[in-house]
Design a protein around this ligand. Structure first.
Ligand SMILES: Nc1ncnc2c1ncn2[C@@H]1O[C@H](COP(=O)(O)OP(=O)(O)O)[C@@H](O)[C@H]1O
Ligand SMILES: [Mg+2]
Length: 429
C-alpha cells in the first residue's frame, strides 16, 4: 500500500524506518520529513495544517493510509476532515478524531475523562479568571509544591511546579491573565505526585488495544535533570522498574478503563495513546495523555517492535486490532539525542554534520537535519540527530549508543552524558 506519514522529527524517522521495512509498503511519503526520512521514503513539501492540500496529495498519489506523527493536525481535526470528505473517506487514517485528540488538547477534558472512568490521577480542580478566589482557596488546601497547568496546548511550557504558596498564587494570576494566551484561560490545579516518571504507549482502534513497550525520557537540558526543559534529550526502553506486576497494574487500572471509556463515549479513536505516568510507591497514576507517540521515546520503542508495523497500523485504522499480535525485542534500547549549541534557547542552524563511521548495530535517526544542494548534511533544528542501540543489557545499550553518538560531530554539538544512569542506579539498589 501507499502510505503518507506527516511530521519531520526523529519520531517520524523512526516510524518511517519501520514502515519501510514492511513488505506491505509500496510507496512511503513523508511530509515534510528530514534528511533521514529521505533515505527510507520520499519527502514531500506539504503544509500539514492545510488539510485540502494533504487531501489532494493523497488522491493524486493514490495514498491508502495516512499516519499522523504530531498532535497539532489531530487537535485541529485532520481525521475528521478525511472522514467528512467523500473522496477521502475510504483512506485509512492512523490518528484520533478531534474529540479524541482533546485528551491532549485540553488538560481539563483529560482530567474529567479520568474522573468519569475512575482512572487514578492527581486530585484536581479547574479554574478561570471568574473563579480566581476559589482557585486560591483550593491552593490553600494543598501542600507544596503546587502544580499549575494551562488547560490548552502550550508547546510543552504550560505546566508550572511552584515551590511555595505565594509564588503559586502570583503565577496562577498571571496564567489566568493570559500568560499562555488562550491556552491558560483555564488552569488545572492539581496535587503534586512524588515518584518516578515513565511513559507507556498504547495502540488502539477504539475497541481493542495493544500495549507497546514502556519508555523513560530525559527532559532537561542538563545532567541530573537540571536546567531548562527540552523536547527530550534521550530515552530508554523498557523501563527496568516497570516489571510484570507494575505493568499489570497499568493495564488493569489505566489502559483498560481508558479504552473502555473511549468506546463507551463513542469517541472515534484509531491511533496511539501516550500515557504519561508517575509511579508512586509502586502504583501508577496518570500525569497526562498525549494522542500520538512521544519524541524521543519512539526512537527507543519502535526499534524494539518486531511485528510488521504496517500490519499493526492497518489493523488500527480498520478497527481489527483484535486480529493483530505484537512481538517485542526483549533487548534494551538506549537513545541519545544530540542538539545544537544553545538549545533550548537561541541556537544556529546550517552547521555541517559529519556522520562518522557507520555501525550496522546502532541506528541513527535524524530530527532537525536537511541536505543542501551540494549533498552536505546540515543541522536544521534544535534537536538534530540521535543514536539508538539495542543490547542484551541496559548498560551495554547505553555504551553502544554513546560510542556511536561521539563519532557524530558538528560545530556546537551538545549532548547529555547521563542518559539511563538514574535507572542503573535504581537497579543497583
Ligand atoms: N501532578 C503532578 N505531580 C508532579 N509532577 C507533575 C504533575 N503534573 C505534571 N508534573 C510534571 O510536569 C511535567 C509536565 O506536565 P505534563 O502534564 O506532562 O504537561 P506537558 O507535557 O503538556 O507540558 C511532567 O512531565 C511532570 O514531570
Ligand atoms: Mg508531558
Amino acid at each position: 500500500m501507499n502510505i503518507l506519514l506527516l511530521g519531520s522529527g526523529g519520531r517520524e524517522h523512526a516510524i518511517a524506518f519501520k514502515i519501510a521495512q514492511s513488505p506491505l509498503c509500496k510507496s512511503l511519503y513523508i511530509a515534510p520529513g528530514n534528511a533521514g526520512t529521505a533515505a527510507v521514503g520520499e519527502n514531500v513539501s506539504l503544509d500539514m495544517s492545510d488539510f485540502p492540500a494533504v487531501g489532494r496529495f493523497v488522491l493524486d498519489h493514490h495514498v491508502d493510509m495516512l499516519v499522523v506523527g504530531p498532535e497539532a493536525p489531530l487537535v485541529a481535526g485532520i481525521a475528521d476532515y478525511f472522514k467528512a470528505t467523500p473522496e477521502l473517506s475510504q483512506v485509512l487514517v492512523v490518528g484520533p478524531c478531534k474529540e479524541g485528540a482533546r485528551l491532549e488538547g485540553s488538560k481539563d477534558y483529560a482530567k474529567a475523562f479520568m474522573m468519569r472512568h475512575k482512572i487514578p490521577t492527581a486530585r484536581y480542580q479547574t479554574f478561570t479568571r471568574e473563579t480566581l478566589a476559589d482557585a486560591e482557596a483550593f491552593l490553600d488546601t494543598l501542600l507544596a509544591p503546587y502544580v499549575l497547568k494551562a488547560d490548552g496546548l502550550a508547546a510543552g511550557k504550560g505546566v508550572l511546579i511552584e515551590p511555595d504558596l505565594a509564588t503559586a498564587k502570583a503565577h496562577l494570576r498571571e496564567m489566568l491573565d493570559g500568560k499562555f494566551g488562550a491556552a491558560s484561560a483555564s488552569v488545572v490545579i492539581e496535587e503534586y505526585l512524588s515518584g518516578i516518571e515513565l511513559s507507556v504507549f498504547v495502540l488502539t482502534d477504539g475497541q481493542h488495544y495493544l500495549l507497546l513497550p514502556s519508555a523513560k525520557d530525559y527532559k532537561r537540558i542538563g545532567e541530573d535533570d537540571t536546567g531548562l526543559n527540552t523536547g527530550g534529550m534521550g530515552s530508554i526502553s523498557p523501563v527496568p522498574f516497570a516489571d510484570k506486576e507494575f505493568m499489570k497494574k497499568v493495564e488493569e487500572r489505566i489502559v483498560k478503563p481508558t479504552v473502555r471509556g473511549l468506546r463507551d463515549e463513542k469517541i472515534d479513536y484509531h491511533g496511539f495513546i501516550f500515557v504519561g505516568l508517575m509511579c508512586c510507591n509502586g502504583d501508577p497514576y496518570v500525569i497526562e495523555y498525549n494522542v500520538r507517540m512521544g519524541d524521543p521515546e519512539t526512537e527507543s520503542v519502535f526499534p524494539r517492535i518486531k511485528s510488521d508495523v504496517v500490519e499493526l497500523l492497518e489493523h488500527t485504522a480498520r478497527g481489527t486490532l483484535d486480529r493483530a499480535s505484537l512481538t517485542v525485542d526483549q533487548r534494551s534500547a538506549a537513545c541519545v539525542m544530540m542538539v545544537a549549541g544553545g538549545y533550548p534557547e537561541a541556537y544556529e542552524k546550517g552547521k555541517v554534520i559529519t556522520l562518522g563511521e557507520e555501525n550496522a548495530d546502532v541506528l541513527v535517526f535524524h530530527c532537525g537535519t536537511k541536505m543542501n544542494d551540494e549533498g552536505q548534511l546540515l543541522t536544521n533544528g534544535g534537536r538534530v540527530i540521535c543514536t539508538t542501540a539495542l543490547a542484551a543489557t541496559l548498560p551495554e545499550a547505553i555504551l553502544k549508543s554513546y560510542n556511536r553518538a561521539h563519532s557524530i560531530t558538528w560545530d556546537g554539538k551538545y549532548l547529555r552524558h547521563d542518559i539511563g544512569q538514574d535507572l542503573l542506579k535504581l537497579m543497583a539498589l
